[in-house]
Design a protein around this ligand. Structure first.
Ligand SMILES: Cc1ncc(COP(=O)(O)O)c(C=O)c1O
Length: 368
């Protein structure tokens, strides 16, 4: 008889999936809070500097009164509101724990070991992570010299094993965009059994009229899915709610693979209240876009060359000077997001934060 003390102790703990080996870990933006109590602004996570839109906090607090209950698993209220807002059938909507949660479900639903997922690179840091977790093979395709998606190269990277393609538009972290004609040409050329995900997390900040709204592109394309979030323009990053618009087979698959009850009632109700607060939203987005334009112009005047951003951040390609630059910004009280050896992404924040950043950038430039 085997006693407890004789039970063999596993040498290496539980066996974990091989696919997880060497997985890149998602690096969250550093929290604000300078050394020695110095003021610090967090411009490292593309968050919205404004508090929740009018009425949203009250709605969320009311929802907090039912925290003993599970949320509505189907997000019926939010789905109905979104269907009306975008003029799409409710069956074409699927919600999730942030758009990154939906992106993960999309990969789960389409790709596994032996399959390939194509995306431009550098782009949103979560793509390689969620692809690797799925066991599929990531196929990153370098951006062009101008830091724009190279759609021709991405098309050339499609094989019979490709199951999904992410097109991040505007692209994180470069803020660059692909325009209507080139995107339509690309979508027409991609095989119809490959899902193309248009990740439009920053769409509200776009001012270039040639950048298409993915919702128009998906309508007659069953293999196109649009990904949106309440985390950026709507300022609900902390509540974790995002959604996809896709034809029924894809939207159904998302409902099958979503984490049950993932979107809290608080998040659902706050999202609905935010959608109903559109005038205030537009005002805030316009103010952030104006700040983006001011920051870009000031950087250009300082002598920096940077790609035009259509998002709520700017991108400075600094190469080997990236970490030094980020350290100089931190010393000035601004936390930015460095990608060592490549560049720095800086979120457009409140005016005071942007001014601090511009001051640090100017000082750094003078020291070059
Ligand atoms: C391109 C892109 N997609 C998706 C997300 C995920 O946002 P969330 O999960 O908060 O909706 C982000 C966040 O930074 C992003 O930059």
């Amino acid at each position: 008889m085997t006693t407890v003390s004789e039970t063999p102790v596993p040498q290496h703990g539980p066996r974990l999936r091989e696919a997880l080996r060497g997985i890149p870990t998602y690096k969250p933006g550093k929290p604000a809070g300078g050394a020695d109590g110095a003021p610090a602004f967090k411009l490292s996570s593309n968050e919205n500097p404004y508090p929740p839109l009018p009425g949203v906090l009250e709605t969320a607090l009311a929802a907090a009164g039912t925290l003993n209950r599970y949320p509505d698993m189907g997000c019926a209220g939010l789905v109905a509101e979104l269907a009306q807002r975008y003029g799409v059938p409710e069956s074409h909507l699927a919600t999730g724990t942030g758009s990154v949660g939906v992106a993960q479900s999309l990969v789960h639903a389409t790709a596994g070991p032996g399959d390939e997922v194509v995306y431009g690179w550098r782009s949103f840091e979560a793509y390689p992570i969620i692809v690797q977790i799925s066991g599929a093979t990531a196929v990153p395709v370098p951006l062009t010299e101008g830091d724009v998606h190279d759609l021709d190269a991405m098309l050339a990277a499609v094989t019979e094993r490709t199951r999904l393609i992410f097109v991040c538009n505007p692209n994180n972290p470069t803020g660059t965009v692909v325009r209507r004609a080139e995107l339509e040409r690309f979508l027409d050329a991609v095989p119809s059994d490959v899902l193309v995900v248009l990740d439009e997390a920053y769409t509200e900040f776009v001012r270039d009229p040639e950048v298409p709204d993915g919702v128009e592109l998906y309508r007659d394309r069953p293999n196109v899915c649009v990904l949106r979030t309440f985390s950026k323009a709507y300022g609900l990053a902390g509540l974790r709610v995002g959604f996809a618009i896709a034809h029924e087979p894809v939207a159904n698959a998302l409902r099958q693979t979503a984490v049950p009850f993932g979107v809290s009632q608080l998040a659902q109700d706050a999202a609905v209240a935010s959608l109903r607060s559109e005038p205030a939203l537009l005002e805030r987005v316009a103010a952030l876009v104006a700040e983006r334009d001011r920051v870009e112009a000031a950087l250009a005047a300082q002598g920096w060359t940077l790609p035009a951003s259509q998002a709520n951040f700017v991108w400075l390609r600094l190469g080997e000077r990236t970490t030094d630059f980020a350290a100089a910004c931190a010393a000035a009280g601004v936390i930015v997001r460095p990608f060592a050896g490549e560049g720095v992404r800086v979120t457009i924040g409140e005016v005071e934060a942007n001014d601090l950043f511009l001051g640090a950038a100017e000082l750094f430039r003078k020291g070059l």
